[in-house]
Design a protein around this ligand. Structure first.
Ligand code: HEM
Length: 459
């Protein structure tokens, strides 16, 4: 259980994935530790995880570490329980419907095309993780929420957001200079900025050619008979940015890293796109070329994204509190304790995956479908009633990124070796990932003024 108060938090932060695996090897799939200011039982293995995920609301209930709960706020989907949770999910599900995704798609494609063009025209190597964070933040603010915040303010908001995310998992000690205090300060600034953006948006509805997630959220809450208060809207938008930004930036970076490491995979992807008439040369920065049905026909692309999410799953696991004592793998899990179900460790030890450490997208092909035996071996988006609400949006974003990378960019690792990976707050390369991008056809690299501004230090 480690030291008083801090428990094994230091070991956990320093050892990365080794923390979980070394203790699992010593104690088995269910063991206790002490992290982020509280005792915790960590659970690995499909059968054990199934029991936790299917036991939501009667055996267990969501309970993120105190820092996460306090910083995200009480009105969020991930912090709510019981009927409130069920109702919130109904209201939020409208923003991830098929029609909603279809309407965001052209905007997502445009933001990605624009970003890749800027990366390709940049004379030096790009820090991919840092730029992917900017890209997903921009996507969340501009496309998902439809905010028209001036570039300069957006840059400032991004910096505050980074401070917020860095401290979402911190010891809940509210002292000057503590991570938790910095997180609280960041939350206050963000809430102020979001309130301003929401008010401006509600006043100005002209010039919009699609309904963004915030429009749909407000509409959906009215349809469900409960108009959202300003505080609920602020917490809701903060949660959406948080959920979309760090996870998707992590997966985008891992995708680029794997395409770099495995040129044959990239070539096979290009072949598939070519066969479907989707591979383009980047000459047309127009929006609207991709549609959902075109993407869903791309089987190999689907396998690549699934494999990235298996081997480089952004989130380690999910947190719960025990509502009634129950048994798991021969151990008693006492009422009132905290439990963390492990996504990464469960996937890394799943017997259904052959050569589990090898990047092999074909394991998800129709012929092999290694994930077909038991759905709790593969859970990058969690499972049960708390399955990720934004998983289709996240996969859509990653697919568009892969299509655009394959179509318009040549890219090379700018360092001698690939970087080390760390896991907190989400999986990412320790020093970013340094990559030099080149457009496939440099004559066609026209940069839009907005993108030029974006690369110069702001978002
Ligand atoms: C690659 C990207 C993503 C990954 C790996 C991911 C992963 C997850 C996981 C594992 C959970 C379940 C946590 C638990 O069991 O407690 C979750 C929940 C959630 N995700 Fe995602 N997510 C991603 C992207 C997104 C996006 C883009 C959004 C929305 C814009 C989103 C919104 C949410 C929300 C609202 C929840 C809470 C659901 C609930 O408690 O009922 N996620 N996500």
């Amino acid at each position: 259980m480690g030291f008083p108060l801090i428990g094994e938090t230091g070991h956990w932060l320093l050892q990365g994935s080794g923390f979980q695996s070394s203790r699992r090897e010593k104690y088995g799939n269910v063991f206790k530790t002490h992290l982020l200011g509280r005792p915790l039982i960590r659970v690995t293995g499909a059968e054990n995880v199934r029991k936790i995920l299917m036991g939501e609301h009667h055996l267990v209930s969501t309970e993120w570490p105190r820092s996460t709960r306090m910083l995200l706020g009480p009105n969020t989907v991930s912090n709510s329980i019981g009927d409130i949770h069920r109702n919130k999910r109904k209201v939020f599900s409208k923003i991830f419907s098929h029609e909603a995704l279809e309407s965001y798609l052209p905007k997502i494609q445009l933001v990605i095309q624009d970003t890749l063009r800027a990366w390709s025209s940049h004379p030096e190597a790009i820090n991919v993780y840092q730029e992917a964070q900017k890209l997903t933040f921009r996507m969340a603010i501009r496309v998902l929420l439809g905010f028209s915040i001036p570039e300069e303010d957006l840059g400032h908001l991004f910096e505050v957001y980074q401070q917020f995310v860095e401290n979402v998992f911190s010891l809940p000690v509210d002292l000057p200079f503590s991570g938790y205090r910095r997180g609280i300060q960041a939350r206050q600034i963000l809430q102020k900025g979001l309130e301003k953006a929401i008010r401006e948006k509600l006043q100005c509805t002209q010039g919009k050619d699609y309904s963004d997630a915030l429009d749909l959220l407000i509409e959906s809450s009215k349809e469900h008979g409960k108009e959202m208060t300003m505080q609920e809207l602020k917490d809701g938008t903060l949660e959406l940015i948080f959920a979309a930004y760090a996870t998707t930036a992590s997966a985008s970076t891992s995708l680029i890293m794997q395409l770099l490491k495995h040129p044959t995979v990239l070539e096979k992807l290009r072949e598939e796109l070519r066969a479907h008439g989707i591979l383009h040369s980047g000459g047309c920065p127009c929006e609207g070329t991709l549609r959902l049905d075109m993407l869903s026909g791309l089987r190999y692309l689907d396998c690549v994204i699934k494999e990235v999410m298996r081997l480089f799953t952004p989130i380690s696991g999910g947190y719960r509190t025990v509502l009634q004592t129950f048994e798991l793998d021969g151990f008693q899990i006492p009422k009132g304790w905290s439990v963390m179900y492990s996504i990464r460790d469960t996937q890394d030890t799943a017997p259904v995956f052959k050569d589990v450490n090898v990047f092999d997208p074909d394991r998800f092909s129709q012929a092999r479908s290694e994930d077909k035996d038991g759905r709790f071996h593969y859970l990058p988006f969690g499972g049960g009633v708390r399955t990720c609400l934004g998983k289709h949006l996240a996969k859509l974003f990653l697919k568009v990124l892969a299509v655009e990378l394959a179509s318009t960019s040549r890219f090379e690792l700018a360092t001698r070796t690939f970087p080390r990976i760390t896991l907190v707050p989400v999986l990412h390369p320790v020093d970013g990932l340094s990559v030099k991008f080149f457009g496939l056809d440099s004559n066609q690299n026209k940069i839009l003024p907005e993108t030029e501004a974006m690369l110069s230090a702001t978002v």
